[in-house]
Design a binder for this molecule. Structure first.
Ligand code: ATP
Length: 185
């Protein structure tokens, strides 16, 4: 059974880009943990596949019981990832990758998931700004918000909290390093 791999790094550093390459190259190797939510299922959504749909009471009980790695509330609904949902992926013989932020990393470290941690660093803060601007997804406000979280992420990485740090300068090189790390165990 492979250990879950946690990928983190500042917004815009290229995590999604690298993960997309990985899933394209290995379409059947990886599995995704199913999130829990209190929002109503949409047309065609299957309980246990798209989400684990639960009631607010159930969700709150799960919080109290410490079932979640992380959870949050968006527009009136709860969303979260349970430790059990990650274990289900690995028990099914798939490799599980979690793409989460620093708080998520700290939370995973408190569980018994025995995960491995990869940090994707930008070549520089200036390059992050360029990438996020180039992605065309940010307003000036959301850009500044994302950039203001960068320092904390970088300082946390400097404490040695991760098993490996990959600098995403030349995408192909960074991708090869990420792949090596992921398949090392
Ligand atoms: N090595 C690279 N060189 C130049 N541009 C890159 C590189 N890697 C990714 N990019 C570009 O940078 C932008 C941000 O990348 P991406 O969306 O993958 O970041 P992310 O870390 O997943 O961000 P978020 O945490 O906000 O989801 C994208 O437009 C992507 O095409």
């Amino acid at each position: 059974m492979s250990r879950p791999v946690v990928i983190s790094g500042p917004s815009g550093t290229g995590k999604s880009t690298m993960l997309k390459k990985l899933f394209d190259e290995f379409p059947t190797t990886f599995g995704f943990s199913v999130s829990s939510t209190t929002r109503r299922p949409r047309e065609g959504e299957v309980n246990g596949t798209h989400y684990n749909f639960v009631t607010v009471e159930q969700f709150q009980q799960m919080i109290q019981d410490g079932k979640f790695i992380e959870w949050a509330q968006f527009s009136g609904n709860y969303y979260g990832t349970t430790v059990a949902s990650v274990k289900e992926v690995t028990n099914a013989g798939k490799r599980c990758i979690l793409d989460i932020d620093m708080q998520g990393v700290q939370a995973v470290k408190k569980t018994d998931l025995n995960a491995r941690f990869l940090f994707v660093a930008p070549p520089s803060i200036e390059s992050l700004r360029e990438r996020l601007t180039g992605r065309g997804t940010e307003t000036p406000e959301s850009l500044e918000k994302r950039l203001s979280a960068v320092t904390a992420e970088m300082e946390y990485a400097e404490t040695g909290a991760h098993d490996k740090v990959v600098v995403n300068d030349v995408l192909e090189d960074a991708y090869q390093q990420m792949k090596e790390f992921i398949f090392a165990e």
